[in-house]
Design a protein around this ligand. Structure first.
Ligand code: ARG
Length: 570
């Protein structure tokens, strides 16, 4: 496809002294208000070099390029050159490209032969997988999808929180008050109950804490019974996590979590020591980070046990040695910013020149309208319950609306779960937000159901148009029928899609894609409102159907990047 900014820069270059096409390209803008053209060149900066008033410069440039066939019109307005594309050729170029590439429209190979690790979800075993975890899961999955589409070689890791002193507590609680069936039937909730019960009982009987510590030490030393229980808790919990991942259509290449690194730690403690970074402090081993304005990092406790950050140091080196990543991305809540700052600093102090190829991608807090969550107090909302409720409510809406769909269950799942995903990916990830059912399941606002519904309506038009017309549109069309304002606006958005996907990748920001497909859906609905599509004149019908096909492909691809389905009927 023609790169229009590049092409325009080339046309302008001969008429602007002292700047080459690459420099001009950086100056070209796309005005927010379409009455100022598709592209504009502000001439303020040129005044110094050309020693003329900016409006004079703009006037000269506008006159020089006025006859270029790329443009329908070129205007000078104050210090700007406003350029209006010849819509017909533009529509022809863009739409035929989208139709030809279809499911691959927006795909790129910029990431060729580069390995990118995306670590996301990473819940803690025996602590609830709650609505807060959905953020990491959904944002991480979308970032992985986007990098995959950009041609990178993706490896998805779920760094399970499957290690730590809480396992001592859980084993003690299970032995004292637990039973096997409960764990098998509802592992996550049951283990959470044990954890809560342990804390209540330990208030009355502090010796339980010692017992838990001793039990964890046994686990660390690989004692058979403790290891077996730990393994069993982990297996049962993972089964339950996978049920939720299946609902979301999400999978991982590795579930190596914290426990995987438990025996790889001594090497790093020694390495820190050899490099003179370790200091002893009341029996504990620490790294001082004063020079970087960061608090001290605790590497091993006085009883010799290692910590979260120690395991993360081991994990980063393991990943570099095993996968030789180009980038190693961690999608983890902003509450852990400090942890990741300390960790990356330590990697750098250890002399790993790839330390800055590790990227922490933080996201903001989610709260429920009922108030914030607290594991200890049991005020948590389980992700699985949220997804089930979304599907149930969507099923009701579908029935109410009498939507024609053969498979209500499948559609309710695609739309209900899609609504939750879309909602997560609508705002800049760093923003905190309040979860609201009313907003999530709205079919009208800027929501998942709205975009999916727009897609389904486009599919319905294509069905009504018939196979014959669709085949003709694929083969070629006369773009002079799709040059109206709303059609042109839609074509422009389709053209921008590949650049938008790249931007989303660079910023680790799926919301850029979300917003763009909302824009496409809205532009499509304006087009649909402004024009009759299935008209009698066959050439006109074929051209409009071509635009509908391209729109459908762009929305479908965008939804897929977010991790959503695009039902053909709803
Ligand atoms: N399990 C942690 C939590 O739920 C997140 C793990 C993040 N990943 C990491 N490599 N530290 O808070």
């Amino acid at each position: 496809m023609i790169n229009y900014t590049e092409k325009i820069a080339e046309l302008l270059a001969p008429h602007i002294e002292g700047l080459d096409a690459a420099e001009i390209r950086e100056m070209i803008e796309t005005p927010a208000d379409s009455s100022m053209g598709d592209y504009a060149l502000p001439c303020f900066k040129l005044a110094r070099v050309l020693r003329k008033a900016p409006p004079m410069i703009a006037k000269g440039i506008a006159e020089a390029i006025a006859d270029e066939p790329l443009f329908a019109k070129v205007e000078q307005v104050n210090a700007y050159v406003n350029m209006f594309l010849a819509r017909e050729a533009f529509a022809g170029e863009v739409i035929s490209e989208v139709i030809a590439k279809d499911a691959d429209y927006g795909r790129s190979d910029i990431g060729q032969n580069r390995k990118v690790i995306v670590e996301y979800s990473s819940p803690n075993i025996a602590k609830p997988f709650h609505i807060g975890h959905i953020r990491s899961t959904v944002i991480g999955n979308s970032i992985a999808n986007i990098y995959d589409f950009l041609g990178y070689d993706i490896f998805r890791i779920n760094h399970l929180g499957d290690y730590g002193t809480q396992f001592g507590k859980m084993i003690v609680a299970y032995r004292k008050w637990g039973n096997r069936e409960d764990v098998i039937n509802e592992p996550i909730k049951t283990l959470l109950e044990y954890y809560k019960k342990f804390h209540i009982e330990a208030e009355k009987d502090p010796s339980l804490e010692d017992e838990a510590r001793a039990t964890f030490t046994k686990l660390e030393h690989g004692e058979k019974e403790e290891v077996e229980l730990w393994q069993w808790f982990r297996d049962e919990s993972l089964k339950e996590f996978n049920r939720v991942y299946d609902m979301l259509g999400i999978s991982f290449d590795s579930y190596n979590g914290e426990s995987f690194y438990s025996d790889k730690m001594p090497r790093f403690v020694k390495e820190l020591e050899d490099k003179g970074l370790l200091e002893e402090d009341e029996g504990a081993q620490i790294v001082r980070l004063d020079d970087y304005n960061l608090p001290v990092a605790l590497i091993t406790k006085s009883d010799g046990s290692t910590l979260y950050i120690t395991r993360d140091i081991a994990a980063a080196v393991y990943r570099k040695e095993t996968y030789d990543f180009y980038k190693n991305i961690y999608v983890v809540a902003s509450q852990q910013n400090l942890h990741f700052q300390q960790w990356i600093q330590i990697l750098e102090m250890m002399g790993y020149e790839w330390a800055r190829d590790c990227v922490h991608v933080p996201f903001g807090l989610v709260s429920m309208e009922e108030g914030t969550m607290s594991t200890r107090e049991g005020r948590v909302i389980f992700l699985e319950d949220v997804l089930n409720r979304a599907v149930d409510q969507t099923r009701e809406i579908i029935k109410e609306k009498n939507v024609n769909t053969e498979n209500i269950e499948e559609t309710a799942a695609a739309v209900g779960i899609g609504a939750v995903i879309f909602n997560e990916l609508s705002n800049y990830r760093i923003k905190d937000y309040v979860f609201s059912w009313e907003h999530v399941l709205n079919f009208e606002g800027e929501t998942g159901p709205y975009v999916q519904y727009t897609h389904a309506r486009a599919c319905s038009i294509l069905r009504n148009a018939g196979e014959d017309i669709v085949a003709k549109a694929k083969a070629g069309f006369d773009p002079s029928y799709i040059t109206g304002d709303s059609a042109h606006e839609l074509v422009t958005l389709l053209y921008e899609m590949p650049a938008v996907i790249q931007e989303a990748g660079e910023k680790y920001e799926p919301s850029v894609v979300t917003r763009h497909i909302v824009d496409i859906a809205q532009a499509y609905n304006r087009f649909y409102h402004d024009e009759h599509i299935l008209v009698d004149n066959e050439d006109e019908k074929v051209a409009k159907v071509a635009l509908v096909m391209a729109t459908r492909a762009a929305i479908r691809n965008g939804l897929a990047l977010l991790g959503m389905k695009a039902p053909e009927k709803m």
